[in-house]
Every structure is written in C-alpha cells, then in structure tokens.
Design a protein around this ligand. Structure first.
Ligand SMILES: *[C@@H]1O[C@H](CO)[C@@H](O)[C@H](O)[C@H]1NC(C)=O
Ligand SMILES: *[C@@H]1O[C@H](CO)[C@@H](O)[C@H](O)[C@H]1NC(C)=O
Ligand SMILES: *[C@@H]1O[C@H](CO)[C@@H](O)[C@H](O)[C@H]1NC(C)=O
Ligand SMILES: *[C@@H]1O[C@H](CO)[C@@H](O)[C@H](O)[C@H]1NC(C)=O
Ligand SMILES: *[C@@H]1O[C@H](CO)[C@@H](O)[C@H](O)[C@H]1NC(C)=O
Ligand SMILES: *[C@@H]1O[C@H](CO)[C@@H](O)[C@H](O)[C@H]1NC(C)=O
Ligand SMILES: *[C@@H]1O[C@H](CO)[C@@H](O)[C@H](O)[C@H]1NC(C)=O
Ligand SMILES: *[C@@H]1O[C@H](CO)[C@@H](O)[C@H](O)[C@H]1NC(C)=O
Length: 705
C-alpha cells in the first residue's frame, strides 16, 4: 500500500525547517551520545531539528537533566560552550557551534569563542578486545583551544557536573569529597543509598566521579552552581575550596568544578582531559544454586583497589585510548562502508548505545578474592521494562557482539545457562530473562516470567551455535548440552504448528501459527543438529537435521500465500504479511535450510516496495492499516537477508532517514511510525546492535553445513 497522501505531506512539512546551522558529519542524529558506557552512565545531547552543545543540558537517557556545564575564558571574556547555565550578574557570551561529528566511539563539537576555536571531544571507549577495560564505567571529555585569528590569547577552561548524576530524585541529600594529589577528583553520592535500587532508572547506589590529572594551572571548587560558575566567569580561576554543607541535589544546586589555565596560546593547545563516571559495588545480585544469592562486582574492581586508582590509570591512558578508539572507529567505518556511507553513519550512531546497555561483572570466591574465571555480562532491557538479560533483547543486539568479540555474547548467555543448569527454572523451554528489575538477576523459580517459549528457545540455540562458529570454542555446547537439547526437543514438539504465543514483538499481542516464529524454531532445531555434530553426537545430529528439513518443507506449504507470491503473517491468512526477519538466522549460521526460492519470492522483492512508507516497512499487516509501526533492528535484519541490493538499500536508507530527519530528540528508538518517522515507544535500548546485521554476515567466516 502506498502511503496516504496526507501523511507524505505531513512529513514534508515537518522536515522543512531543519535548523542545523553547522556542519554535521555524517548527519545530525536524534540525540548525541556524550558519556554512554553503562545503563547508569548514559549522558546524551538531545537534538530535534538541531541543538548546539550550549543550547540544552545533557540528559540521562530518560530525558532528565544531567548538569554538565562548560566555559572558556579568552582574554578575560567568558564564553559558555556546554550546557545552558544561567548565572545572574555575569555577562558570559555564547560560543557559536561550527561543526558536529560522531563516530562509533566519539562525539566531537567545534565552537567559536571570539578569537579562538575550541574542540570538545566526548569519548566513550568501546574496548571489545579487553573486557576489563570495557567494564570501566568512565568516559572522557577533552577540550582543546586554537586561535582563529593568528594572534596569541590567554585561555582558561572550566567544566563542572551537578549532583543530578547520582539520583533519579533531586530532593534527596547528597554528600561529596574532593581529593587532590596526582589526581584531582570530586566524588559525590547519595547519603542514603539503596543497594540494587533504582529511582526513575537511576541507580541509588555508588558514586559519581569528576576528575582530571594534576598539572600546573589547575584549580577546583565545590559549591552552589551560580557561585562557583560566577567565580570562574569573573576571575578565570577557582578557589580550591570545598563546600561541606551537604544538602539535596536541588538545594542551591551543588556543583563539582575543575578549571585549567592554558596560559597564553599562539597555536593549538594540548587537550584538557576530564573523566566523568559512575561506579558502584556490588553491581549485580545474581541467583545461584539452592536459591542463594551472589553479589557480583564490576569487572574492573578485580584490577583496581580504589576508584581513584582506576581513574588515574584511565586518565593516564587517554592518548592510547584515543588511538585505540580511532582504530576501532576506522574499522567499523570501513566494514560498514562496503554497504554504503548511509549505512556507515547509522552503524556508528548505534555502537555506543548498544554497549551502553551492558555491564561486565566478576564474582568472589569463598576467601573473598575475585574469581576472574567467572565473568558474566548483564544487560538492561532499557526503557521497555528494565528486565535483566532478556533473551529476546540480547538476540536482536547479537550482531554487534558477534562482530566485535563473540566472547561478549557468550558472557551475556552465561547467566541464563548457569541459572537454568541449577534446575530451579521449572519450564521445559528457555526462560525469558534473568530478573524483572535490573540489576537484580533473581531468576524465575516460579516459572512466571513473560512467556515466549518458541522465541527464547530458538534464540538460545541460534545464539549458541553462532558463538561457537565464530569463536571455535565448543565448551558452551559440552557444558550445557542437556539444556540445549531440552530446548530443541521443545521446539520439535511445538514449532511447526505454533500455538497462540507471543513473539519478541510482544506489543503486537499473541497469534497462533506465526510464520516468522515457526521458522525461528525450525532454525533452532537445525542449530542443535549442527551443535550435536560438533561434539560427536552424530545420531542426534542426523535425526534433528532430517526433522528440520522436513519441517521447512511443511512450513513453506503452510506459510506461503495461495498465489505463491508471499509469506503470510500467519498460516492460511492470504491477506496477511510480515517481515519474516528470523530467516536472517539461516544466513548468519549458514545452515542453508530455507530454499532460495523463498528469499526470491516476489513478496521479499517487489511487493516490499508496495508496503513501504517514508521511514520503512511496517512490521506486519496488523500495522499497515492502523499504527504503521516499524522496528528498525528488524528492518536491518531483513536488509541482510533480501537478495536484491536495491531492497537492502531501501531498508537501510529508511532507518537512517528516521535517525537523521530531525523529528526526534531521544536516543535511537527501536519502535517508530513508518509513515511519520516519530518515536512510538522504546529508546536507548541495546537492540540497535542489530543495525550491524549486514556487517556481521559479510564479515562472517563462511562455512557450510
Ligand atoms: C556520605 O554518605 C555516605 C553514605 O551514607 C557515607 O558512607 C560517607 O561517609 C559520607 N561522606 C561524607 C563525606 O560525609
Ligand atoms: C562577578 O561579577 C559580577 C559583576 O561585576 C558581580 O556582581 C558578582 O558579585 C561577581 N561574582 C563573583 C563570585 O565574583
Ligand atoms: C550483597 O551486598 C549487600 C551490600 O553490601 C549486602 O547487604 C548483602 O548482604 C550482600 N549479599 C550477599 C549474598 O553477600
Ligand atoms: C587497557 O587499559 C589499560 C590502561 O587503562 C591500557 O594500558 C591497556 O593497553 C588497555 N588494554 C587494551 C588491550 O586495550
Ligand atoms: C571460579 O569460577 C569458575 C567458573 O564459574 C568456577 O568453575 C570455579 O570453581 C570458581 N573458583 C572458585 C575458587 O570459586
Ligand atoms: C494452524 O495451522 C494448522 C496447519 O495449517 C491448522 O491445522 C490449524 O488449524 C491452525 N491453527 C489455528 C489456531 O489457526
Ligand atoms: C528423533 O528425535 C525425536 C525428538 O526427540 C524423537 O522423538 C525420535 O524418536 C528421534 N528419532 C530417532 C530415529 O532417533
Ligand atoms: C488476516 O490478517 C489480517 C491482517 O493482519 C487481519 O486483519 C485478519 O483479521 C486476519 N484474518 C484472520 C481470519 O485471522
């Protein structure tokens, strides 16, 4: 169906007044990641149709403000470059934004402050080759200055954070300390903490840190926002004093400030480097055998005795971290550019968001020593419901983990495997998640988790095989063979004619005989056949292989519309249609279960165009006529399985258009309206790792089974 005329017009009208007055490379996103490294260190700059770095406060992913202010003084004149502080009785000017840029790990802004230009660079490292480094909950802010008029100028740089970084409730009391020495660090925390407790998605535990390495010309101060900022604006230096009148976050807004005197510069300055972070211990509560609970710590604590040690090393490593980040960014850019530059931009925007949803943890043994053989990764189902390690949220994000380091994928599956191996989960199928509220991974011993039996059993089998294929590590299969086989048996009994189950798209409700759900289960059976073969269980392998083949032919019969031109949403309903994105798994695993004729059916080629709206293809026919919702990660998966390049690019371009069109001001959503491009629900979720589906299959070592 073509989009009705009025919706097309509406979109034209809405996108007519984009207000980006600077150079935006590769495009102006809905929201810039600034410091995004964990579910609780998640600072963004909302954009809409263009918002300079000093036209809004940075926000937590939920939209609540995270006070983060910056000024540069040039020959005694003060310019605001970060945040929108309002300081009475001062006359700071606004620096003018010249450019914005993002890569996979960095967001970089250049602003003009009178006779100098300042470059403000936010680096949230992505360190897939060193998971302990990845676990450091810190992010860099670097500011450098360069004259733009060929003359010398006296330059001082100031930044601060507020206490909004430690609570979801600004009426709560915080306290703080400043330590000086080689490292100058402000530490701020709630006076009354709740271990593992959240308020408005902020953790009510642990501390925020704002730090810089000591050198000459550095001053610090804590105190009321307008007092500390006025001090710098008027005097270009801070007083090295601490306000010890501990109070609520919003009571005369205490801020934690650092200033650097660059002296007189005649060329580009070295960057002034800050780190901002949020650390806690313990990080996650996890259920082990016999209904006992285990406290797990962020992985980095196994190397660093104090937060100060970790921050000193982190700041000292800045230049290397930039080199690693540049190399990582270049690799992702090169791989994604093989598809298109449009795609490369979309992928770059997705990387920090995906990694910002996960945390790496380590347990302690009986003696209280860290057991670094026991690393588990936890994922927060951000914005939808806060579940822990939701299998059908790990699954859409899976391509980014497989691409960057498959061990990350394994570490995300381990909490689920280990828990179900204790025998406490009563259902025969794979469980949906590890706990209802992050960061408490308490399991579901009552078996009453959200019920998605085919979905999650298929997901676990598909992800397990793809991990083993990519890593060559078969221990996952040998250790959890019984569970994997149990889930395969469930699928053998239930997936060909699926009951009235929900799929991952649970907002769409339950439906019997779903084509897309059935094929996931069938691929899951085949995945088990391949895994059985890998560990020498040839009888099971042959049996499951032949079952999977027989199911696929039967599935084709049930799922193809009677005109033979398209797959239905549900068996026998010729007028229904849906993105059968689960077929991607057959490509990913190279199982070659689905005949080429299915991919080549006119539906997946020409007819897709008939359903295409301005921002992509609705999820299925339940949405075409009413809500026109779509899910970009599934569009990205579909892009990776269609046979025609033009159709692939149509999907990619539509999702990128949504991300770039200036209509939204929240971190990437995975549920938006295909006709208007507006967010329908969900944001900031790690599922955008699915945007790497195309990179992942192209870079995947080809093996035939
Ligand atoms: C701040 O509050 C925490 C948590 O109650 C407490 O452990 C710490 O000693 C307090 N720090 C100061 C400087 O009062
Ligand atoms: C800053 O300067 C303004 C204007 O001269 C003055 O009103 C204000 O008190 C000064 N504040 C500080 C902290 O120096
Ligand atoms: C986990 O840590 C919390 C806070 O330190 C403590 O109260 C609790 O007893 C610990 N639980 C276990 C199982 O050690
Ligand atoms: C991890 O970080 C440390 C310092 O923080 C650095 O020295 C080391 O090179 C990093 N390792 C890798 C593999 O990136
Ligand atoms: C450390 O963890 C590994 C993996 O879970 C486990 O096999 C081992 O028993 C643990 N060691 C100790 C001393 O707890
Ligand atoms: C599901 O499909 C099978 C095979 O076509 C059919 O026998 C069965 O009646 C269908 N079930 C429902 C609830 O439509
Ligand atoms: C194949 O597996 C199914 C499901 O476990 C089982 O019912 C059947 O007996 C097996 N067939 C053979 C030949 O082993
Ligand atoms: C067939 O699918 C369409 C579109 O999803 C739906 O409106 C209709 O109710 C379905 N028909 C039956 C018989 O389920």
């Amino acid at each position: 169906m073509r989009p009705p005329l009025f919706t097309s017009l509406l979109v034209l009208l809405k996108s007519a007044h984009a207000a980006v007055t600077w150079t935006a490379t590769p495009f102006s996103p809905a929201s810039f990641p600034l410091a995004v490294r964990s579910p609780y260190l998640s600072a963004w700059l909302p954009q809409g149709d263009g918002t300079a770095l000093n036209e809004a406060w940075p926000q937590f992913w939920t939209g609540s403000i995270l006070g983060w202010a910056g000024y540069v003084n040039v020959d005694g004149t003060s310019y605001n470059f970060l945040g929108v502080p309002d300081v009475p009785n001062t006359n700071a000017q606004k620096a003018v934004q010249k450019s914005s840029e993002f890569t996979s790990t960095q967001s970089i802004f250049v602003l003009t402050a009178g006779p100098i230009d300042i470059t403000i660079s936010f680096l949230s490292p992505v360190e897939p080759s060193d998971l302990l480094n990845q676990s450091l909950p810190f992010s860099y802010l670097a500011v450098s200055a360069a004259p733009n008029d060929g003359s010398s100028h006296s330059v001082q740089i100031y930044t601060d954070i507020s206490a909004e970084w430690v609570s979801g409730d600004d009426s709560l009391t915080v306290n703080w300390t400043t330590s000086t020495g080689n490292l100058i660090t402000h530490q701020v925390q709630l006076e009354d903490q709740t271990v593992f407790g959240e308020v408005s998605d902020h953790i009510q535990q642990g501390s925020a840190y704002y730090s810089t390495l000591s050198s000459s010309g550095i001053t610090y101060q804590t105190g009321q926002d307008i007092v500390v900022r006025a001090q710098f604006i008027n005097h270009s230096t801070l007083l090295n004093t601490e306000d010890t009148n501990f109070r609520a976050v919003s009571n005369d807004w205490p801020v934690f400030a650092l200033a650097h005197d660059l002296g007189t510069i005649s060329g580009a300055s070295e960057p002034v480097v800050y780190s901002v972070g949020h650390a806690r211990d313990p990080a996650v509560e996890y259920i082990i055998a016999n209904d006992a609970l285990q406290n797990r710590s962020s992985y980095f604590w196994s190397r660093y005795a104090t937060a100060g040690d970790a921050i000193s090393t982190f700041l000292g490593d800045y230049e290397n971290a930039v080199a690693r980040a540049d190399a990582f960014d270049a690799k992702v850019q090169a791989d994604a550019s093989e598809i298109s530059s449009t795609y490369a931009g979309l992928v770059a925007l997705s990387v920090r968001q995906a990694f910002g949803g996960i945390e790496f943890t380590v347990s302690k043994d009986d003696t209280g020593a860290f057991n670094t053989s026991d690393i588990m990764t936890f994922l927060k189902e951000i914005s939808s419901d806060g579940n822990v390690n939701t299998v059908d949220v790990i699954f859409p994000a899976w391509p980014i983990f497989l691409y960057t380091n498959p061990v990350i994928g394994k570490d995300l599956l381990l909490p689920l495997f280990e828990y179900q191996a204790t025998g406490q989960y009563p259902n025969e199928w794979a469980c949906h998640d590890m706990g209802s509220v992050y960061p408490m991974a308490l399991g579901h011993n009552d078996g009453n988790d959200e019920k998605m039996p085919i979905e999650e059993s298929g997901n676990m089998l598909i992800m397990s095989l793809s991990y083993v294929q990519k890593s060559g590590d078969t221990s996952l299969i040998t250790t959890y063979y019984k569970l994997l086989n149990q889930w395969a048996e469930y699928l053998i009994a239930n997936t060909l004619i699926p009951g009235d189950q929900i799929s991952t798209d649970d907002f769409a409700g339950a439906l019997a005989n779903q084509t897309n759900l059935a094929i996931k289960g069938i691929i899951g059976i085949k995945a088990m056949a391949v895994m059985a073969d890998m560990v020498g269980d040839t009888a099971t392998s042959a049996n499951y292989s032949s079952i999977a083949s027989s199911y696929v032919s039967q599935w084709q019969g049930f799922a193809t519309a009677s005109d033979g031109l398209h797959l239905t949403l549900s068996y026998g309903n010729d007028s229904s249609w849906g993105l059968s994105y689960n077929m991607y798994a057959d490509k990913l695993l190279n199982t070659n279960l689905i005949p080429d004729s299915v991919y080549e059916m006119r539906e997946t080629v020409n007819s897709l165009n008939d359903f295409t709206e301005t921002y992509g293809v609705p999820l299925d026919t339940r949405y075409v006529y009413h809500f026109v919702d779509t899910v970009p990660d599934w569009q990205s998966w579909t892009a990776a399985l269609v046979t025609e390049t033009s159709v692939r690019d149509m999907f990619v371009d539509a999702v990128q258009k949504y991300a770039a069109d200036g209509l939204n001001d929240v971190p990437l959503s995975d549920w938006y309206w295909a006709n208007t491009g507006e967010v329908s629900g969900f944001m900031a979720r790690p599922v955008v790792g699915g945007h790497l589906a195309l990179v992942c299959t192209r870079k995947f070592v080809r093996r035939r089974y």
